[in-house]
Design a protein around this ligand. Structure first.
Ligand code: NAP
Length: 290
């Protein structure tokens, strides 16, 4: 039996927890305070009450840690949870974005590409669909997949996870940006200028990927634009909801990561530079007012 901790009792963390509760392992859902939250699965009417504990209340080291807090909440997190890890602990970042692993000096840390859809409102989580994490394939993740085989969580292992990470980065880049800055859900994509802004951002993202050694397929931009066209008009993105609820934005791991990577590769990215400056300004306004 392994000891597993899930940090962040939100949409993603609660879903991972519920999937792992079906296994023989000891599972802790770890939050900022001791509390109970309710979890509802929209597909099968499952309703469960989940027990959330504070990290400081756990005294034993864990074998596996999933981190499912939003990117701005990584600030200071390492100090709060480092006592939960030991040399062999496997840490999985179940977040969007890329580059966050550099802030957390765990020896075995993996960026997952997270396909879990849900939403948290106050103490209630609703899970819409998917329970899938994509991970780099190596000895640790092959063992992890075996350990969690009896859970409802699907671990998909890749020989080169970078391609999956960058693909999701690009998917998030344009839609999150236009919905957050335009303060409108996916219906904003119907506006021709917004559509062409998305294409320009995706072109710049594609170029940054290419210069970073990531070979995405030649038709990736058309593919992503087709995905966007399938979104219902009233669908919001996480960055859109963060703007509405006046909470910090996950720009550091998405637009910010791409912006820094563009500078590193000495690329000209006028659309990305503009939207990044605007998003950063909104993010700083929040930080100054909080
Ligand atoms: P969320 O619903 O806001 O949940 C995050 C949780 O982390 C909140 O419950 C928050 O607690 C908790 N938290 C913050 N700081 C903490 C700390 N220091 N210690 C313990 N818990 C802490 O966020 P989410 O939607 O699950 O998103 C998590 C990540 O997954 C993000 O990177 C997101 O972009 C990505 N993602 C989300 C979805 C989705 O559909 N939701 C899909 C794909 C990827 P409080 O309640 O106290 O604030």
């Amino acid at each position: 039996m392994k000891k597993i901790g899930i940090i962040g009792p939100g949409a993603v963390g609660s879903c991972i927890t519920v999937q792992l509760l079906a296994t023989e392992h000891k599972v802790y859902l770890i939050g900022r305070r001791n509390e109970h939250i309710t979890y509802q699965d929209a597909s099968n009417n499952l309703n469960i009450v989940l027990n959330v504990v504070k990290a400081s209340d756990i005294t034993e080291p864990l074998d596996i840690i999933f981190i499912a807090v939003k990117i701005p909440h990584l600030e200071g997190l390492y100090e709060q949870i480092k006592h939960l890890s030991q040399d062999t602990t496997i840490v999985i970042l179940a977040q969007n974005g890329y580059g966050q692993h550099l802030k957390l000096p765990f020896p075995h840390i993996y960026q997952a590409v997270t396909y879990i859809s849900g939403q948290k409102t106050a103490q209630h989580v609703i899970h819409f669909r998917d329970e899938i994490l994509h991970l780099q394939q190596d000895d640790n993740t092959i063992s992890l997949k075996k350990l969690l085989a009896s859970s409802g969580l699907s671990l998909v292992l890749h020989k080169n996870i970078e391609v999956e990470i960058w693909y999701k980065l690009l998917v998030n880049l344009a839609i999150n940006t236009v919905t957050a800055l335009g303060i409108q859900p996916a219906s904003i994509l119907k506006q021709p200028h917004i559509k062409s802004l998305c294409i320009s951002l995706l072109n710049e993202g594609y170029m940054i990927a290419k210069h970073s050694g990531i070979n995405l397929s030649d038709n990736v931009i058309e593919e992503i634009m087709t995905i966007y066209q399938g979104y219902p008009d009233d669908m919001g993105t996480s960055m859109y909801y963060d703007v509405l609820s006046n909470t910090p934005l996950e720009i550091d791991g998405i637009q910010g990561f791409l912006y820094r990577q563009a500078r590193k590769c000495k690329l000209t990215t006028p659309h990305l530079d503009t939207i990044y400056a605007l998003l950063l300004s909104r993010h700083h306004t929040f930080l100054n007012n909080s």
